[in-house]
Each structure stands twice: as C-alpha cells, then as structure tokens.
Design a protein around this ligand. Structure first.
Ligand SMILES: [Zn+2]
Ligand SMILES: [Zn+2]
Length: 396
C-alpha cells in the first residue's frame, strides 16, 4: 500500500537527503542572502523533473507537484532556508565553511527534508488526487520574516492551499519521534529599543547631572510589573531586557543609556495593550526623574496557532507512519516562528521532528555553536511529510 511505498522511498533516499543536508550545512547563508541555497534547491527540483518558481521575496521558491485531478485540492508544505550569525564549534566533516555563519536552527535539515519529500511525491504523483505546493522560504530568523514576504508576493494564491504544514527540528525529542500540539503553540515576539536620555557629568557631582543609569535601572524593574500586575495570570507573557549599554566609568555619569529587549504574548489584544503600557511607563518614569525615554517598538511575528482539526489528522497520520509510541505531545513555548504568518491565513500546523541522540552526544539546543542532529531523522522527515500531505489530499 501507499504508506509502505512512501516509507521505503524515504529510507532508500535517506543517504541522498543526508548528503543534501551536509552540503547545506557546510554552506550556510544568512537571512535574505540564501542565493546559493536557493540555487541548490532549484537545481534539485529540476533534477526531479519539476519546475520551480524562483525569486519569490528575493530567494524564495515555490513548486507545485500535481497529482491526478490537480485542481481538486492543494496542501502546502513549508521549509525555511536561512542560517544564523554563529561561529560553529562542531568538528564534523560537514562543518560550516562560512566563518561566523552556521545552520544552528536546523533549517538545513528542513530544506533537505522537503527536497526529499519533493522527490517522493513526484514519484507517486499518480497515486493521489490534488496538488502539493512546496514552499522554500528565506529569512525565518529575521524581521519582517520571509513568510510574511512570501505571502505578500502571493505564495498562498493560485492555487490557494487548504492547509499548510511546517516541520522543525527539536533537540529535546529523541530521533525517531515527532511531537504535536493542538491550538496555541508559540508566542508573538516584538523588539523593544529604549534610549534613556539624561545629562552626563562627574560621578562625584550627581546633583549637576540627570543620571540615566539610575533612571534605566528603575525602568527595568518597574516594567516587570507589567508582567506581574497587568498581564492576566492565565496569560503567558515574557518581558526580557538582554542588552543595556551605559558607557560611563566609575567616575563618569554617561549622557544616555540604551536598552534592548523582547516582549512576547499569546493574545493579540494583550500584545498591543502590553506594548502601550511598557511605552507609557518607561516614558513616565524617565520624565518624573528629570530625563527622557525614547521607546521604539519593532513588531515581530504574531502568535502561532495550530489548527486543532488539521493537527489531529496529522498526528494520526504520524501515528500510522511511526507507531503511536513515537508520537509525543509538545508544550506551549514562548519562542516565536514566522510560520505563524501562514497560520493567520489558512489552517496550519507546525510539528517537531526529534533529532536528539544522547548516546551519540547530540543534545545541544538550537541557536548554540554546538547544535547538530542525529541524521537518522532524515530517513523519517521526508517520508512523513509526504504521507501527511497525501493523506490530507486523499481523505480530507
Ligand atoms: Zn531559529
Ligand atoms: Zn528555526
């Protein structure tokens, strides 16, 4: 039957998928600069006998794989292609050859896996009705998010997919397993840039200055009460300031202090209200202390909600593919993902591909210089995604 055929193809092409992943891993490119990556993807797609639409939102690619009766229904599958500004510390043969740039979030794996899925679907296209749209997008790691640009350039039109599925590596889940969550899954993420302006001077004459360091300290402490007193206790929220620059000295009070942070929420109304309160409070505190605070908010991705019915069906498909014992629940996280943009357009589901292997010492988290995956996950990812897409087309 079709499930076994797909499984066999996925295992048979595992080496090829690993080779593609290693090539991409060794040649990472930063967000919106995925030129060679896009060329690699497009060349592979053509090799499979498919026609890529290139240059969407710069380096993005879309591919339509048409089954029988291709206009009946369309399901979209998405991979992201960008790497991070991290110097890789792994000593593997496929280590990044691009100094200071690394596939530390597994987007090399997502891209290689979706190429594997493309090959499988192309080989079985007479076995399903409808079409599968593959989306290889740029810039997941950086605002405004490649997903929003791809949507803006019409990637969800002609044809409009009835559902979209995204896959992401997860170093907390052992290779061989996958994780799902219905409903709210990831947070909105906005960037905060605060500049506290005072009046600098000698550290021994504070009365002649307006000390922006003390003002900034008050602001940071006070803003935490937006989380503890204004956010509902039932509503997960995060406010973190990871950067403070006060470039004075032991005896010099600087003229200004810069701070940068992130505000995350799971509710659009609270998100806007929280941002308003942060701005008002920071400005008010600075003013009451004789200084000024300029607040710049850079809006990031919205929250990501996994469509419950779609996610239930995909979970069932995964249980058929891997066995019930290899499909796990995943928890809500206040991480963010630009896949969220698709989830605000059409029914979407974002699931996790386990890549951990403690015996092999593969445990590092994403966005770290020692992140790697157990590549046996690449014998699963491509076939699983193909099976999910085909099942959506066949049965729903
Ligand atoms: Zn990432
Ligand atoms: Zn990622």
């Amino acid at each position: 039957m079709l499930l076994n055929t797909i499984k066999e193809l996925s295992v048979n092409y595992a080496q090829e998928n690993v080779a593609a992943r290693r090539h991409l891993h060794a040649h990472p490119e930063l967000s919106y600069q995925e030129y060679n990556t896009a060329k690699f993807v497009a060349d592979k797609i053509k090799e499979f006998g498919l026609i890529p639409t290139e240059g969407i939102a710069g380096t993005g690619i879309a591919v339509l794989i048409e089954g029988k009766n291709p206009t009946k229904k369309t399901v979209a599958l998405r991979a992201d292609m960008d790497a991070l500004p991290i110097q890789e510390l792994n000593t593997v043969s496929y280590k990044s050859q691009n100094p200071g740039v690394m596939h530390a979030c597994g987007h090399d794996v997502h891209t290689a896996s979706l190429l594997g899925t493309a090959k499988i679907l192309q080989m079985i296209k007479n076995e399903f009705e409808g079409s599968v749209k593959l989306i290889f997008q740029p810039g997941e790691e950086k605002n405004p998010g490649g997903a929003s640009l791809m949507i803006g350039e019409g990637v969800l039109e002609n044809p409009l997919p009835q559902a979209i599925i995204g896959q992401h590596v997860m170093p907390l889940i052992p290779a061989g397993k996958v994780g799902f969550r219905e409903g709210m899954y990831m947070a909105s993420s906005d960037e905060l840039y605060l500049t506290v302006i005072g009046k600098g001077g000698h550290g021994a004459t504070p009365e002649l200055t307006i000390d922006p360091v003390v003002i900034a300290a008050h602001i940071i402490i006070a803003l935490q009460q937006v989380i503890s007193r204004n956010a509902s206790p039932k509503q997960p929220t995060v406010l973190t300031f990871g950067k403070i620059l006060a470039d004075g000295a032991t005896n010099i009070i600087p003229g200004e202090v810069k701070m940068a942070g992130t505000f995350r929420a799971l509710n659009e109304q609270w998100r806007e209200e929280g941002l308003r309160k942060i701005k008002k409070m920071a400005e008010g505190i600075a003013e009451s202390m004789g200084g000024k605070c300029e607040v710049t908010i850079v809006h990031g991705y919205p929250y990501l909600e996994n469509n419950p019915l779609l996610t239930q069906r995909l979970r069932q498909a995964a249980e058929e593919y891997l066995g019930k014992e290899n499909v796990v629940d995943i928890e809500l996280t206040l991480g963010s993902e630009d896949f969220a943009y698709y989830s605000h357009q059409i029914p979407a589901s974002f699931y996790r591909l386990g890549t951990r292997n403690e015996a092999k010492g593969i445990t590092a988290y994403v966005h770290t210089p020692t992140f790697d995956i157990d590549e046996t996950a690449l014998s699963i990812g491509p076939g699983l995604m193909a099976w999910m897409a085909v099942k959506e087309l066949l049965e729903h």
